[in-house]
Design a protein around this ligand. Sequence first.
Ligand code: FE
Ligand code: FE
Ligand code: ZN
Length: 184
Amino acid sequence: MKTKETGSDPKFATKTTSGESPALTALFKDAIADLYWAENHLVKALPKMISAATAPELKSAIESHLEETKGHVSRLEQVFELLGEKPIAKKCDAMEGLTKEAEGIVEGTEPGTATRDVGIILASQKVEHYEIASYGGLHQLATTLSFTDVAGILAQTLAEEKQADNKLTDIAENEINYNAASEA
Ligand code: FE
Ligand code: FE
Ligand code: ZN
């Protein structure tokens, strides 16, 4: 069987430096600007989810992720600096949609119910998965473009997004889904 080993072929290896792919670098920077908008938007949207949530463990999980999210904004500012760019936010239609969906779930459920909490968890995990996909892909792309320091910063946030997602899964599985199932 023949295996392709383009990655270790020196003929291809020279193509991994950023200077040689301005279009890819531009795409990368655009995606960072999209994430910067998304994280800033979450800083404004998460407080609404905290007030709508009932279970103390859910409230505190979102509260601590709000603090982390402020750190994600600062990390992206570091990324812009490393790239020699001013921080630019480019509207992320996906995050706008995901937070609208979350607000719709809150409006469609009764205050103080475990059912509303389940809805908040569902919506929040969609947000986390969008972020995980974004940071995961951009971490890989930063590595390809030899933006080593940037890749390291993106990896830190990626780890926190995964942790936040796992925490939400735990909360849902350990209590809230069960409580909601016995609700009227
Ligand atoms: Fe984040
Ligand atoms: Fe986006
Ligand atoms: Zn997040």
